[in-house]
Design a protein around this ligand. Structure first.
Ligand code: DGJ
Length: 732
């Protein structure tokens, strides 16, 4: 059985009563060759899969002997198991036999549905693998069905386990270390023979803190363009882990899945549990290709509006925080309209009433009612003002949270994550609590409140969904005592239920996922309802070069919100030229987060207007093109990336100087990537500040081959200097 993506394949085979991976890697031209190479049952290690490897290994399944009768060594059974089940009768082993497989075809994609069953118990597994024609990304997910005569417990419930045929003695794990204001920092570690590396997030809300649930595994040394690399991402907005081990036989074992930090998940009799999707891809040409395949998949198949260009917006937060009147908002609208922007978003502070009016972070969350004392003419007036200026309108919510000082929690003190007999520990503002989204009544009430506003003011077409607390006192008043460990998983399912109900009822609304910055950057969120994520509360442009470099390893440019903010930066107090701030934000989804009226250097305004117009022109290349990373900001004094349109007719090249103490005036020749070698390109520097050029290119076009072999050299004059070039194919 064969499942093909654009240029990769998974081959499944049966061995005794088992379903095994026979191959995962690049496809061959001739399918018959697969069959010829599978003649010898002991040698399934053709390219990337290790011999006799179960597609879903379960703890305690020893039906595949490690050394069979003929003496040929084989390490078929995963030593850890992706799944472990304590069955209704207390038995702890699970032996999954292959029952059936069938392929469902749809236009441009196909899904193999595999049925497995425990050989002596009514415990069933359905395993799905989906592949697309237009990218090399596979999706896989699992359904566990308990038809035993009592509840079972699931100490581990990974979605994915595969042993790659490492053929070597080490691997490299590339992942993103993350915490507040420092999300997406690229981390890189060598995994030696016989050792493992793990990444995880276990705070219950910020799935992308500690680490992001996306990673690459390189076979030995890899670069952006060379080496064999596996890329994976768990689509899950909850607690999770991923583990990569280099087994003593050289195989690279990859596991990933959701976890329940407080104990095994309890699956009741008659119930089915769907585990999160795992997304994976494979490259023989280095890490850059992994990113581009994930980006293409995200744009074409995951993000709800992945193919639509994103509006240039101004978010009010860093411009006025909680302190604003209607006039502040309309002034900001005037500013963004004058810049050429397309949307205005009111951040935190527009809601809550009376004593709970949200004028600081100590109260109001959970009361999603317009604050008429602060904004007397209501949302209709604000919508009208936005409309008059030709701007779309967005609104901030924090639907998963409440303050103890709110109408909601006054009425429903038992609607929060908490534990009996323990004092509830409070978060932001010393009053913030997490709502118990396991409870359908809680979800219904938050849905009702948000839906009421969206229905009353359909002009609101953008929601920033924030989440600023982690689980403390991790207990659910809704779940009974046997099911308390389910909180971690059921909360995430409650979150998806609430968000997808809102998105489903208001399909024209575009959602941004924010969780104290980049805490919700994962493909669970960025496929179920959200189109983009707030990259980080750290808006300091030089730091953003590092953060965006990391986040865009896995998530496409149109999904990472990057805002131009005031100088000096509100967080780091670092001053930075307006051009640099723009050049950095323009490599993702451009926006603003400042009060336009507070720009003291008015000579910046013409540059801003030009830059906005420029972004509108290059936005299709940035937001829909392929990203090629040229020089890493982690390696030296400057960084460079290029976006190339899918037809290779347009490209945008960015350079950023970095403050490392040494400022080089000249950057050595950098070889461009992704262009068409046989096409000639005209190069023009854009986003010029005071007319200062960073390189001279002739009017005559230059060959893509020369640009990619000899490369280009530019001059960066100071630490925070930057340059942007537009490349346009010229017909011969
Ligand atoms: C945290 C977010 O990351 C910020 O952008 C802002 O929305 C604040 N919350 C508002 O409280």
């Amino acid at each position: 059985m064969l499942l093909k993506s654009k240029s990769c394949s998974i081959i499944f085979d049966t061995y005794r009563s088992k379903l095994i991976y026979a191959y995962f890697g690049k496809s061959f031209a001739n399918e018959a060759d697969f069959k010829s190479l599978l003649q010898n049952p002991w040698h399934y290690a053709t390219e990337t899969c290790y011999p006799l490897q179960l597609t879903y290994p379960a703890f305690g399944d020893d039906t595949l002997d490690r050394v069979p009768a003929d003496g040929t060594p084989m390490a078929g059974m995963d030593p850890y198991g992706a799944l472990s089940v304590i069955h209704a009768d207390g038995v702890t082993s699970t032996v999954l036999d292959f029952i059936s497989a069938k392929t469902k075809e749809e236009t441009g994609a196909r899904t193999i549905v595999i049925k497995l069953k425990d050989n002596s118990r009514d415990f069933f597994v359905t395993q799905y693998f989906k592949a697309y024609d237009d990218c090399d990304v596979f999706e896989t997910w699992i359904e566990l069905t308990n038809n035993e005569n009592g509840a079972v417990k699931l100490p581990s419930m990974d979605t994915f386990a595969m042993d790659l045929n490492g053929r070597g003695s080490s691997a490299e794990l590339f992942s993103l270390a993350s915490h507040w204001a420092a999300e997406g920092l690229l981390s890189h570690s060598k995994i030696a023979l016989g050792t493992s590396a793990s990444i995880q997030s276990r705070n219950g809300i910020h799935s992308a803190w500690e680490a992001n649930p996306a990673f690459m595994v390189g076979y030995g040394e890899t670069t952006e363009t060379t080496g064999r690399v596996f890329g994976g991402a768990l689509a899950w907005t909850g607690a999770w882990h991923a583990n990569v081990s280099v087994l003593n036989n050289g195989a690279i074992s990859v596991h990933a899945g959701a976890v329940n930090p407080s104990g095994p998940y309890v699956l009741d009799s008659g119930k089915t549990l769907t585990l999160p999707k795992f997304i994976f891809t494979w490259s023989e040409n280095g890490r850059g290709e992994i990113s581009r395949e994930l980006h293409r998949w995200a744009r074409n198949h995951a993000l709800p509006h992945g193919k639509e260009l994103r509006p240039i917006l101004l978010n009010s937060w860093e411009g006025c925080y909680f302190t604003f009147t209607e006039k502040t908002l309309t002034d900001m609208m005037d500013g963004v309209k004058d810049f050429g922007g397309e949307m205005f978003v009111i951040d935190d502070g527009w809601f809550g009433r009376g004593e709970f009016a949200r004028n600081n972070d100590t109260c109001g969350l959970g009361d999603w009612y317009w604050n008429y004392e602060k904004l007397p003419n209501g949302p209709e007036y604000i919508a009208e003002e936005a409309k008059k200026r030709g701007l779309r309108l967005g609104l901030w919510f924090e639907p998963e949270m409440a303050n103890t000082k709110s109408d909601l929690i006054t009425k429903h003190p038992d609607w929060i994550i908490s534990e009996p007999g323990r004092e509830t520990r409070l978060g932001r503002g010393r009053t913030q609590v997490v709502l118990d989204l396991c409870n359908p009544a809680v979800r219904d009430e938050i849905f009702r409140q948000i839906d009421e506003i969206l229905t009353a003011v359909p002009y609101i077409t953008y929601i920033k969904w924030d989440a600023n607390a982690a689980f403390t006192n991790a207990g659910s008043p809704y779940l009974d005592k046997e099911h308390q460990p389910n909180l971690w998983f059921d909360y995430a399912m409650g979150y998806y239920d609430l968000a997808t109900r809102l998105a489903g009822k208001h399909p024209h609304v575009f959602f941004q996922a924010c969780a104290s910055g980049g805490g919700h950057i994962d493909y669970g969120t960025l496929s179920s309802y959200a189109d983009e994520a707030w990259g980080s509360d750290n808006t300091d442009a030089p730091t953003r070069v590092l953060i965006q470099w990391g986040e865009m390893q896995f998530y496409p440019a149109n999904s990472i919100a990057c805002h131009v903010t005031a100088s000096p930066n509100h967080g780091t107090r670092r001053p930075c030229p307006i051009k640099y701030r723009f050049d950095v934000a323009m490599s993702g989804r451009l926006g603003f987060e400042l009060h336009p009226g507070n720009i003291t250097d008015k000579s910046e305004i013409p540059f801003i207007k030009d830059a906005v117009e420029t972004y509108k022109r290059i936005r299709p290349v940035i937001q829909q093109g392929d990203l090629y990373r040229l020089v890493s900001p982690y390696d030296g004094d400057y960084a460079s990336i290029i976006y190339v349109s899918e037809d290779k007719k347009r490209a945008v090249l960015f350079y950023y100087g970095l403050a490392r103490g040494i400022c080089k005036n000249y950057i050595p020749f950098v070889q461009l990537k992704g262009l068409d070698a046989d096409t000639r390109y005209k190069i023009k520097e854009i986003n010029l500040s005071e007319g200062n050029l960073h390189a001279n290119f002739p009017e005559t076009p230059i060959g893509g081959d020369a640009l990619m072999t000899m490369g280009v050299s530019v001059r960066l004059g100071s630490c925070y200097d930057s340059a942007v070039f537009e490349l346009t194919a010229v017909s011969p």
